[in-house]
Design a protein around this ligand. Structure first.
Ligand code: GDP
Ligand code: MN
Length: 349
């Protein structure tokens, strides 16, 4: 017969074992990529980077979405690179076309005007469908129904550091809703009436404004105007349930009805950012400063040398954007009273 201590010891072991099993279990999570067939080779680099730095250890699924049919080559190639289950979905036509309340002539004129002003993607029709889809529809795709979390990946991005922990479990265990790496300022000309529309929505639904919101991150004057700060949405690790909520759905619906996706050039990044900053507890927004990430001209590279060595980061800290004047990340740190990394001042300009 075992004595009490021995019993307790065995019990503890069983408990620990069970805990480890739970800790090892995965989150209901997936990567999600919207892409065209023509972007395959740029996407191949992104997948390789995600798999090498993170997913070869975790094997999360990958959902690919397209407004067109994916080519055999696209499917074959991406499938060979992903270590989790892969799924391919086609976007329904009505989520990638003009809603009936849009005046197409007015939309055409708006595009020519933005083109003349030299605004990037100013004249692009597909870019507008993309932004509207990423704002209002990707999270409704049936292939995403079984998941709680997504990580958005675009073609031609790169991760520079080893990611040794399960970032989805991190989000879940720490009760987060939205994770970003780079934050920056939007071009005013793409969203002249977005803030007015947002205020209109909040006036109609004051109950959706969270008591502990992050308005200070997106406005310098208590909400009078938008300061253009937003989380760069080509990388996101976030809760699908946030987007599925009534408040987000109704916000999207309201924005959509104003026609701003087509009469202006509203991006999904400011829309996601404004929504999460107003409707959620600010504590639930997480900055991933440990990944090392790049897309186009902007890079996030941990400036702490010891950290870079430990995580085998392959980025040049001189390229880091996070602590420069154009970034909004230092504002996020200051508002949350977080300690900025040693030497951040050297990056100011
Ligand atoms: P940027 O990051 O703002 O320069 O915009 P991108 O051109 O990278 O587009 C954002 C995301 O949408 C990327 O994942 C693209 O692959 C995807 N995307 C953009 N336009 C289209 C399109 O017309 N069809 C499809 N299927 N995907 C698109
Ligand atoms: Mn992109």
């Amino acid at each position: 017969l075992l004595n009490k201590t021995q019993y307790e010891e065995i019990f503890k072991q069983v408990e620990t074992k069970q805990y480890n099993m739970v800790a090892k279990s995965k989150a209901k999570a997936t990567f999600v990529t919207l892409a065209r067939n023509s972007e395959l080779w740029g996407l191949v680099n992104s997948i390789r980077s995600v798999e090498d730095r993170f997913n070869r250890k975790f094997h999360y699924d990958w959902v690919f979405l397209n407004d067109d049919d994916f080519s055999e080559e696209f499917i074959e190639t991406t499938k060979s690179l992903c270590s989790g289950k892969v799924k391919y979905g086609k976007i329904p036509k009505e989520q990638w076309s003009y809603p009936d309340f849009i005046d197409i002539k007015k939309a055409d004129k708006a595009r020519s005007r933005l083109k003349e002003l030299g605004v990037i993607y100013g004249d692009s029709e597909s870019y507008r469908h993309m932004c509207r889809f990423e704002s209002g529809f990707f999270w409704r795709h049936p292939l995403l129904d079984e998941y709680d979390w997504y990580w958005r990946v675009e073609p031609d991005i790169k991760f520079y550091c080893d990611i040794d922990y399960d970032v989805f479990k991190f989000m879940e265990d720490n009760n987060k809703v939205y994770g970003f790496t780079i934050s920056l300022m939007e071009y005013q000309r793409t969203i002249p009436s977005l803030w007015r529309a947002t205020k209109g929505f909040i006036r109609q639904h004051p109950q959706y404004l969270h008591k502990n919101n992050f308005l200070k991150f997106i406005s310098d004057n208590k909400g009078k105007t938008y300061n253009l700060c937003h989380f760069w949405s080509n990388f996101e690790i976030a809760s699908l349930n946030f987007f599925r909520s009534d408040k987000y759905r109704e916000y999207f619906e309201y924005l959509d009805k104003t026609g701003g996706f087509f009469y202006e050039r509203w991006g999904d990044a400011p829309i996601h950012s404004i929504a999460v900053s107003l409707f959620e507890d600010r504590e639930k927004i997480h900055h991933f400063g440990d990944l090392g990430y790049t897309h186009d001209v902007f890079t996030s590279c941990p400036i702490d040398k010891e950290f870079r060595k430990k995580q085998r980061c392959s980025c040049n800290p001189q390229d880091d954007f996070d602590w420069t004047v154009g970034s909004c990340t230092w504002r996020y740190f200051e508002l949350n009273r977080l300690k900025k990394p040693e030497g951040w001042q050297n990056y100011k300009d």
